[in-house]
Ligand binder design. Structure first.
Ligand SMILES: [Fe+2]
Length: 295
């Protein structure tokens, strides 16, 4: 089995790569670290690759890069995937931040790129943009949620952090409460939002003012979620994709103890993974999501 340690990057298709580079550098505050055959590579200011942009008919997420431990034997992993009937391919990465990648498809049709070696990339210091610490999680609408959850548990080593009834799941691969979440939403399969972590509440405030100054309106927040308990703001980028900036996400620092680090705003003490009722509010404070947010 693969034991994913963290999310590294996503690959997004976009009708207008240059416009998206403009958004991700000037607004979100990532650094452009390279161009190759019409693709653009972006990293955090710390130099971690976070995003690949390439030309496509519509805005969509086609690939996700997940990092595994340096001593992972990819040949062994490929064999165990083959035993499950999953075809994988070992190849040199085409992105500057990673070395060899093992690629295969997950049940919702996203190509996963598993990598062990990561190169920090030289970035030019910038003084503008939100400047997140990392790509924190991706949220997808999926068709058969149980199949997707089983795949991420069994083959990628993810654990379930929380369910909202049986249609919305949050999964972790490290201390962060969630690195992926999936919602069953009719027949729709798509990326719902992408979330970037910022350092603290002060950075959330700075992001609110920065977005306001650029005439980009928040669509929800600031607020604090109940499930995951992160402080959040959401806005849409120039491709209409929802981007979340967050801080203060619940942390499972010790898997053996099995609870999230106690916080005053938790509903249970200690707060353990559980199934929350369907009518659990979207936020502890900060209002309800706008109509159509979940679509
Ligand atoms: Fe989120």
């Amino acid at each position: 089995m693969i034991q994913v340690r963290r999310i590294g990057y996503t690959t997004l298709e976009t009708p207008d790569v240059d416009r998206q580079v403009g958004y991700y550098t000037e607004i979100l505050g990532l650094s452009l670290v390279g161009h190759d055959n019409g693709r653009a590579f972006l990293a955090t200011k710390q130099g971690q690759q976070a995003l690949v942009l390439e030309r496509g008919d519509a805005a969509r997420c086609t690939r996700i890069g997940f990092q595994v431990a340096p001593d992972t034997d990819f040949k062994d992993v490929a064999k165990s995937l083959a035993n499950e009937g999953i075809k994988s391919e070992l190849r040199n990465s085409s992105t500057p931040g990673t070395g060899t990648v093992l690629t295969f498809e997950d049940p919702k049709g996203t190509i996963l790129e598993i990598f062990a070696e990561e190169k920090m990339l030289p970035v030019e210091q910038q003084l503008y943009g939100i400047g997140p610490l990392k790509l924190g999680h991706v949220a997808f609408h999926v068709r058969d949620i149980q199949t997707v959850v089983g795949f991420y548990q069994r083959l990628l080593g993810f654990r379930v952090s929380d369910w909202r009834e049986n249609f919305f799941v949050f999964m972790r691969c490290g201390p962060d409460h969630h690195t992926v979440n999936f919602v069953e939403h009719g027949d729709v399969v798509k990326l719902h939002h992408m979330a970037f972590e910022v350092k603290d509440w002060g950075e959330i405030l700075r992001a609110c003012d920065y977005l306001g100054g650029k005439n980009i309106h928040l669509i929800w927040g600031p607020g604090r979620h109940i499930i995951g308990h992160n402080i959040f703001i959401y806005h849409r980028n120039s491709d209409r994709l929802i981007i979340e900036c967050y801080t203060g996400l619940d942390q499972m620092k010790d898997e053996a103890l099995g609870y999230f680090e106690p916080r005053p705003w938790h509903q249970d003490q200690p707060q353990r993974p559980k199934v929350w009722p369907a009518d659990t509010l979207g936020s502890y404070w900060g209002g309800r999501p706008p109509i159509g947010f979940g679509d």
